[in-house]
Design a protein around this ligand. Structure first.
Ligand SMILES: C[S@@+](CC[C@H](N)C(=O)[O-])C[C@H]1O[C@@H](n2cnc3c(N)ncnc32)[C@H](O)[C@@H]1O
Length: 232
């Protein structure tokens, strides 16, 4: 959305603006909850505790699945329409959830302020995965954990070639900036995280594999010995 700044005639653009995708995602993601996604979200978030930052929280479907051991969630969502829905979901949540605008590449929070970070179906859509993960590392305390559930590259040669071709053409403009051929596990390693257990899965679990079906769910840590990512 374009808005006029009150102080000048300058036009300010939201950093992420996908109103059509947002409407579609809100409807489809809510319907997918009863078709297995609620279980995936519970598995993703089970056992978390302390202060959590959720990056690209969308319409806030994770909020209902945080365990009671989480004391507070800060949910960043840059897309205006999805953020409004996340605010509504936050009001229904059992723990304090603070929804705020902000992109993964420049998280507007202090360094080392969180015990855990949640990345769910978001690394596919950020503009710069490397910067986003550097930010996640910065805002986590040393030893803090990342819980991730992401789709990405998978399948055989033909499927991977199809994913890459779609990424160069139709998919990102149609799917709110999403990409199909990213590799979350490799990106986390490159960003300096220690990989914990992770599991590959397809969504839907039983059914035809689509280009967006190849998912990974797991845990990574900012190393305890890592004291170099802070600074702000
Ligand atoms: C497929 S949706 C997933 C939403 C939610 N995480 C979930 O699990 O349902 C992708 C989300 O990433 C957000 N997003 C896109 N670019 C982003 C960026 N640069 N930084 C943070 N979030 C971003 C979108 O606005 C959208 O909410």
């Amino acid at each position: 959305m374009q808005v006029r700044s009150p102080r000048s005639a300058r036009t300010v653009r939201d950093p992420v603006h996908h109103p059509v995708f947002a409407r579609w995602y809100a409807r489809c993601s809510a319907a997918a909850e009863s078709r297995g996604m609620a279980d995936v979200r519970r598995r993703l978030l089970g056992g978390l505790s302390g202060r959590v930052i959720e990056v690209g929280a969308g319409n806030g479907l994770n909020f209902a699945h945080y365990p009671g051991t989480v004391s507070e969630v800060v949910a960043m969502e840059p897309e205006r329409a999805l953020r409004a829905l996340a605010v509504e979901a936050a009001l229904r949540a059992e723990m304090p959830v603070d929804v705020a605008p902000g992109v993964a590449e420049a998280l507007p929070v202090k360094s080392e302020a969180f015990d855990a970070a949640v990345l769910s179906l978001v690394l596919c859509s950020v503009r710069d995965v490397r910067r986003a993960l550097a930010e996640v590392r910065r805002v986590l305390r040393p030893g803090g954990e990342v819980r991730f559930f992401e789709h990405g590259a998978g399948g055989g040669r033909v499927m991977r070639a199809t994913q890459r071709a779609l990424d160069r053409t139709l998919w990102p403009p149609l799917a709110g900036g999403c990409h199909l051929s990213r590799d979350t596990v490799a990106s986390l390693r490159e960003a300096g995280f220690e990989l914990g257990p992770y599991r590959r899965m397809t969504i839907p679990e039983n059914g035809p594999a689509l280009p967006q079906s190849f998912c990974v769910i797991g845990t990574a840590w900012r190393p305890l010995s890592d004291t170099g990512a802070g600074g702000g």
